[in-house]
Design a protein around this ligand. Structure first.
Ligand SMILES: Cc1ncc(COP(=O)(O)O)c(C=O)c1O
Length: 407
């Protein structure tokens, strides 16, 4: 019998492995809502949707960033487009080390900085380096939904700790969650989805809890501080230097949001002197290679020191957030006032977050249920739309909430 080529499409299980199917179902809610919006637009091109689903920053890169990019592209430097050290160009790491040394208040060298493809790349490289199969990683709800697949990718097990109505973690739950398999905790402040900023006192208590756990059990828990919104704080003085607070802290930063460069993929990882063993950098290099990142984009690395002090106009995000929250509060919704970025995380007036986001669809608003961030009963609105659309969205949300109270 001769072999035959099948003419019908293959089945999904012929293509997508079981693990990938399982991982893909985690945190897919944001995309699901976004795709639903696309479908609604295809079905009815005239539909007036306020899309608050995706956290895709809409403010364009500052002019100086665009001008420097043109300048860089025109400079003919031999080898400028080749592979380099997986950790990044030494002079760029040197620049970041001396800059961060001042803001973080700890001694850094270029060998404690690693350039990455955004914060996402940094998190994957770091988790691959730290985790063994079965190691637990504590996530503080509400959390960025991709953390679950990032941890599971490396054989890790996410362990969820809840938070109060200000979205600050319950420290008693954190203490109870620590186990002989705990390897790391991911802290994301300023936070996606809530816009909350953990005050220094909370970070100190987390550090104290982990220090005690280390003294009592000998188990070191790494604190991964994921800070892609650090430079979108409405009051920059509120930023807490995490490397100074905890000796096993890893700083993850990115310029996706503050320079409006999310599609260009540039970020970095930095760590303090107690983690700076000769093995550390090499282990991270190996992870970057094994995961296929190889190195952060060369052009973006060279751009970074030239535009480091530039930023999108954070006040525009603040204006949207304030206007949106004011309308929601006046309309009787419960909502904490974000301290950074463009996310707002109100409480669902129906209790059930899925039911309320479905109701919002009827008003032409796309928002993401809090369940996908590990905190049901809330919903996330990403204000990456012009101010007038954000205001329109807020009024529609109030209408949807009042429709419920009228019933
Ligand atoms: C909390 C958090 N971490 C990491 C990322 C990934 O950001 P990047 O574009 O820098 O990879 C995002 C992106 O939305 C985020 O919200």
């Amino acid at each position: 019998m001769s072999s035959q080529t099948r003419s019908a499409p293959f089945r999904s299980e012929d293509i997508v492995g079981f693990s990938c199917r399982t991982l893909s179902s985690m945190g897919s809610e944001i995309r699901r809502v976004f795709l639903l919006g696309q479908k609604l637009r295809e079905e009815n091109p005239a539909i007036d949707l306020v899309d608050l689903s995706l956290g895709n920053p809409d403010l364009e890169p500052p002019t100086e960033v665009r001008e420097e990019l043109v300048r860089l592209a025109q400079e003919h430097v031999a080898g400028a487009h080749r592979y380099m050290d997986n950790a990044g160009y030494p002079e760029v790491r040197e620049f970041l080390a001396s800059t961060l040394q001042k803001s973080e208040g700890v001694a850094l060298t270029r060998d404690s900085v690693f350039l990455t493809c955004g914060a996402a790349g940094a998190l994957q490289i770091l988790l691959r380096t730290l985790l063994d199969p079965g190691d637990e990683v504590i996530l503080l709800a509400p959390f960025f939904s991709e953390y679950r697949p990032y941890v599971s990718n490396m054989g890790g097990v996410p362990v969820i700790v809840g938070s109060d109505s200000n979205h600050l973690p319950y420290l008693s739950q954190l203490k109870a969650a620590l186990s002989p398999r705990t390897r790391a905790i991911i802290v994301n402040s300023p936070n996606n989805p809530s816009g909350a900023l953990y005050p220094e006192s909370v970070l100190l208590e987390i550090a104290d809890t982990l220090n005690r756990f280390y003294s009592e059990t000998g188990r070191l828990v790494h604190l991964i501080s994921d800070e892609p919104y650090a430079r979108l704080l409405f009051n920059p003085a509120e930023l807490v230097p995490i490397l100074k607070i905890y000796p096993a802290a890893w700083l993850v930063r990115s310029h996706s949001k503050d320079l409006g460069l999310a599609g260009e993929r540039i970020g970095y990882l930095a760590w303090g002197p107690q983690l700076a063993l000769p093995e550390t950098l090499n282990a991270l290099r190996n992870s970057a290679r094994a995961l296929g990142f190889v190195n952060a984009p060369a052009l973006m690395q060279r751009l970074l020191p030239r535009v480091f002090s530039a930023s999108v106009d954070v006040l525009q995000y603040k204006q949207r957030v304030d206007a949106f929250v004011d309308i929601l509060l006046a309309g009787g919704l419960e909502c904490t006032r974000p301290r950074a970025s463009f996310f707002v995380f109100p409480r669902s007036p129906l209790g059930d977050d899925n039911a309320f986001t479905e109701r919002l669809l009827g008003e032409g608003v796309l928002a993401v249920p809090g369940s996908s961030f590990g905190k049901p009963g809330y919903f996330r609105c990403s204000l990456t739309q012009p101010l007038e659309r954000v205001i329109e969205g807020a009024h529609r949300i109030v209408r949807a909430a009042q429709f419920k109270s009228a019933k």
